[in-house]
Design a protein around this ligand. Structure first.
Ligand code: ADP
Ligand code: MG
Length: 280
């Protein structure tokens, strides 16, 4: 099972769109996918046609009331499940201030679910809020991987430095297995010179870390770019993913390609064991 946090403290960069549609594309490939909405704005929840009213059993109940994760998991499609957000999740950061080990609440909940054999997924995808607060830290403590959705814009790298600092902090103090898998470029427009410059800058920043022991030493800028596509902006309004709303759109094609690339990396990660066995 791979647990991936989609993180960027900047809003409007495509975190939710990527979590929603990559999740659907992985499920279409036959994977069992559980999505977790950590953003009190609940856009992922709404994108899947659920109402983030306080009555829904949500992530808030998991974190604050210690409700078992399985009770908050809602089926939203073939091989697709969602732990919704709700409007009261915004209060959770404040309510949990005095709780010891508050950074580990989601991690502990996933571990309890795993222990009771109710965590049967190939992928858990976590949609983070646009901040580096307690909810994002909970995602980073529970995750094995971070994927950074990013729009190739001027000064895009500035925000990434701060983000990676947070990942490194969590990696050192709380979650030594945490790694940055890659950067997913969203709202991509290959025509512009600026895009090319930002992508080059990003690629050299990432390759400068290779061989070092940093959480992003093995990261890459994904080859599959998500082009700007109006259908991706329209589909949430219909409570649908792009694969349902317009399966022939560029948006659907791009998220299918990204899903293939990311699913393929699981195979790449595995050979370490295979190689060890053949050598031995
Ligand atoms: N590739 C894309 N093409 C066009 N619009 C997009 C694309 N990706 C995201 N959007 C739109 O941009 C806005 C911000 O995206 P969103 O995924 O909500 O960002 P975040 O979760 O990082 O705040 C939304 O209105 C979304 O529909
Ligand atoms: Mg969002």
């Amino acid at each position: 099972m791979r647990t991936i946090a989609f993180m960027n403290q900047k809003g409007g960069v495509g975190k939710t769109t990527t979590t929603a549609n990559l999740g659907a594309a992985l499920a279409e490939r036959g994977m069992r996918v559980c999505l977790i909405d950590l953003d009190p704005q609940a856009h992922l929840t709404i994108n899947y046609g659920l109402d983030p009213k306080p009555e829904i059993i949500s992530l808030y109940n998991v974190l604050v009331d210690e409700v078992p994760l399985k009770d908050a998991v809602h089926p939203v499609g073939d091989r697709l499940w969602l732990v919704p957000s709700s409007i009261d999740l915004a209060a959770a950061e404040v309510e949990l201030v005095t709780v010891l080990g508050r950074e580990m609440l989601l991690k502990n909940s996933l571990e309890s679910a795993a222990a009771s054999a109710s965590l049967d997924y190939d992928f858990i995808l976590m949609d983070c809020p646009p901040s580096l607060g307690l909810l994002t830290i909970n995602a980073l403590c529970a995750a094995g991987e971070v994927i950074i959705p990013m729009q190739p814009q001027f000064l895009a790298l500035q925000g990434v430095a701060k983000l990676l600092e947070t990942v490194q902090l969590v990696n050192r103090r709380m979650n030594p297995r945490l790694k940055v898998t890659g950067i997913a470029l969203t709202m991509y427009d290959s025509q512009t010179k600026l895009t090319t410059e930002v992508v080059n800058e990003l690629t050299s920043f990432i390759s400068a870390a290779q061989g070092k022991t940093l959480p992003w030493s093995g990261a890459k800028v994904f080859a599959s770019k998500i082009r700007r596509n109006i259908k991706l902006a329209e589909s949430p309004g219909f409570g649908q993913t792009i694969l349902k709303y317009d399966p022939a759109s560029n948006g659907a094609a791009d998220y299918r390609a990204l899903a293939a690339e990311i699913a393929g990396m699981a195979e790449q990660n595995k050979p370490a064991e295979t190689v060890a066995m053949t050598v031995g």
